[in-house]
Design a binder for this molecule. Structure first.
Ligand code: TRP
Length: 392
């Protein structure tokens, strides 16, 4: 029995906070998120050492985002890897809702996606859900979302995805491609399922209610492009899982493979212990921030340290509760450095100021290179945009 695909109607639904103490939907995360509980509640699977080993056979290395446990959960990743081992290629699919500038948290699944593209030579569809962000937002006009869409595309290109293997789908621009798939999918999804999964209310606008079928469409597009059922692997944060869950339930009936996923955790805010959010701009470092802004955001960051130097020396800090440590360990420190840093912190031999200064230096260096690539990306946009027969 595949626990990952039990009937949606039988489960409590992602949106039901009451029974669970938390609620995770693509649009809102509330409560305290326990990732082991999510795996159980969502019916996904933990990424096991065996799967990491399987992946390592192809990549040679264990990607730090796997060894750090940032990508922690999956659906059918093992199937995709086995099929690849038997000579079957797969597509990657990921995306971005252009509701604002891109911050470091957004880049993390993209790093992993690039690693997968480099390892497997996979074609990548990257969806920009400008429609979603317009429909969801209380204040963004369609023109503003459009502006962010092009701004965010520069970040996607700056990641260094292979231009021959990567196509960016902008929902409002590529709707002709998506619409037939949208219809086939939408017809197979009931309102009662969508309501249980996404937590719609009577006040939800009807665009939002139909939207999941638009985000599901690129899961099947590769099969149309390749003219045969084609596997798709989706790297995404776990809050996107509701989309894939409903898509998986109808995939085989439509003659496609169920889309596979690899799920990441959320990225902590620099200010509090919560998901990094674009709606609190001081809690996130954006790729458009200048060096002074980076410096002041990191210097104002929340840490796992004690209130005074004396107490820090005496009691030590708590790296597990520290976003500064988190960024250093996930972006910049290697495993050994990170372990040593955590040890020194816990034993009171490292002050928060030192970690903040390390993070500032590293982030500025990273961003200056990223900004350079982002500027260059302006000349490359056209070659990345999706068009008919995208890979010919
Ligand atoms: N809904 C996602 C967001 O708000 C954007 C998105 C579209 C996406 N397709 C995706 C994310 C596939 C991950 C994988 O950011």
């Amino acid at each position: 029995m595949d626990l990952g695909d039990e009937k949606i109607e039988e489960s409590a639904g992602y949106a039901s906070k009451l029974e669970r103490g938390y609620s995770v939907t693509p649009w809102q995360v509330t409560g305290v998120v326990d990732y082991n509980k999510i795996v159980k509640d969502f019916g996904t699977r933990l990424i096991t050492p065996e799967i990491i080993e399987k992946l390592q056979k192809f990549s040679g290395i264990i990607h730090p985002l796997l060894s750090r446990g940032f990508f922690f959960s999956h659906r059918d990743l093992d199937l995709v890897l086995d099929a690849y081992g038997n000579g079957e290629n797969f597509y990657l699919y990921t995306g971005r809702g252009p509701s604002g500038h891109v911050h470091m948290g957004h880049l993390m699944p993209w790093f992993f996606t690039k690693f997968l593209q480099d390892t497997f030579g996979s074609r990548l569809l990257f969806q920009i859900t400008d429609d979603e962000k317009f429909l969801y937002s209380q204040h963004l006009s369609l023109q503003e979302v459009e502006k962010y869409a092009y701004d965010n595309i520069l970040d996607v290109i700056a990641m260094g995805f292979d231009p021959k293997l990567t196509r960016i789908i902008i929902d409002t621009k590529n709707i002709q491609t998506l619409y037939p798939l949208y219809l086939e999918i939408a017809k197979r999804l009931t309102f009662s399922t969508a309501k249980a999964v996404f937590g719609y209310k009577p006040s939800s606008n009807i665009g939002m209610i139909g939207f999941p079928a638009i985000q599901a469409a690129p899961c099947f597009l590769p099969s149309l492009i390749e003219k045969k059922p084609t596997r798709v692997l989706i790297p995404a944060a776990i809050d996107q899982d509701p989309y894939w869950r409903i898509t998986r339930d109808i995939a085989e009936k439509m003659g496609y493979y169920k889309p596979a996923q690899v799920h990441s955790k959320f990225v902590p805010s620099l200010e509090l212990n919560g998901k990094m959010s674009s709606s609190r701009p001081t809690g996130a470092i954006f790729t458009t921030d200048d060096p002074e802004t980076i410096e002041s955001k990191i210097s104002g960051a929340y840490t796992g340290g004690q209130p005074s130097v004396g107490l820090q020396r005496m009691l030590g800090g708590d790296p597990d509760a520290c976003p500064v440590f988190w960024y250093l360990s996930h972006f910049f420190d290697d495993g050994k450095d990170s372990f040593e840093r955590s040890l020194k912190c816990r034993t009171g031999n490292l002050l928060c100021g030192e970690c903040k200064s390390d993070l500032t230096t590293q982030t500025k260096l990273f961003m200056s290179e990223f900004t350079r690539r982002r500027d260059q990306a302006k000349n490359q946009v056209d070659s990345f945009l999706y068009e008919e027969n995208p890979f010919d």
